[in-house]
Structures are given as C-alpha cells and as structure tokens.
Ligand binder design. Structure first.
Ligand code: SF4
Ligand code: SF4
Length: 132
C-alpha cells in the first residue's frame, strides 16, 4: 500500500528535524520503501510503499508524530472516454503502470504509480490525472 506523507518541519507539534522514516522503521519494525521524497528546511512530502498487512500500524505511528498520511489507492486516474489507446503513456512511464491487453486496449496497474506526472503531460487527450 502507498502512503503520501506530508509534514511541516517548523511547528511545535510537527516532527521538526526528526528523521521520520527512520523512526517509523525503528518503532514498528516494518521495512518502508521510499518511492519519492521532497524534503527541505520547511516541509516534507514523501511517498512510501509498505506491506498492506502493516498499513494500520505504520499509519498510527506516523500520525502520532504529527505526519499527515494520505492513502493512495488510485494514484493515477484514467478517463476511458478520452483515451484513444495511442500508447504514449506506456513508453514514458518509468514504473510500467500501463500496458495493452490482447485487444490493444490500454490497461493500467495503478498500484505501481509513484506520482511522477510524466504520463499526464504526455497524454495527447488529457485522459490521465493524478489523484489530487
Ligand atoms: S497517452 Fe492518453 S490517450 Fe494515449 S493510451 Fe495513454 S491514456 Fe490513452
Ligand atoms: S505518474 Fe509517473 S509513475 Fe505514475 S503512471 Fe504516470 S508516468 Fe507512471
């Protein structure tokens, strides 16, 4: 399961300078796969992937540290009415989210998405959007 984490590094009730991911791993024993991270002196946004069976435990631990946790079940959305099965998204996606089925219709495995946004800008029919 993927979680999108956001946290401030400034406020009294925020994680501040704490190494959030390292602390979660230490406190829960769950191995966390960091798929994307954007952290600066003010705030952080991190996409992590964890086993479904550990999701509740990890979510509780993170929220206890003041981290906002968003469950990303369908990170990327496809508007099937707009899609023309051109395949541009297949070639640009670094995570192999997209493929053709046996009838050359687009199919996707949204659980693999790491929210890079490349497919959204590559689609000539604006058929793709990231979960907002
Ligand atoms: S790039 Fe857009 S139109 Fe082309 S297959 Fe992908 S979603 Fe469909
Ligand atoms: S946002 Fe990036 S990882 Fe997700 S489906 Fe699009 S290209 Fe692939």
């Amino acid at each position: 399961m993927k979680f999108l984490l956001t946290f401030s590094r400034r406020g009294q009730n925020d994680p501040g300078r704490e190494p959030v991911i390292a602390r979660v791993v230490k406190e829960t024993g769950v191995l966390v796969n960091v798929e994307k991270a954007n952290i600066d002196s003010m705030a952080g946004e991190v996409l992590i992937d964890i086993p479904d069976s550990d999701a509740d435990l990890v979510q509780r631990c993170l929220e206890g540290m003041g981290v906002a946790v968003r469950v990303m079940e369908n990170a990327i959305a496809l508007d099937e009415e707009e899609c023309v099965d051109c395949g541009s998204c297949i070639s640009i996606c670094p995570q192999e989210v997209f493929s053709f089925d046996e009838e050359w219709r687009l199919r996707m495995d949204a659980a693999r998405c790491v929210l890079c946004g490349k497919c959204v800008s590559a689609c000539p029919h604006s058929a793709l959007s990231l979960q907002g």
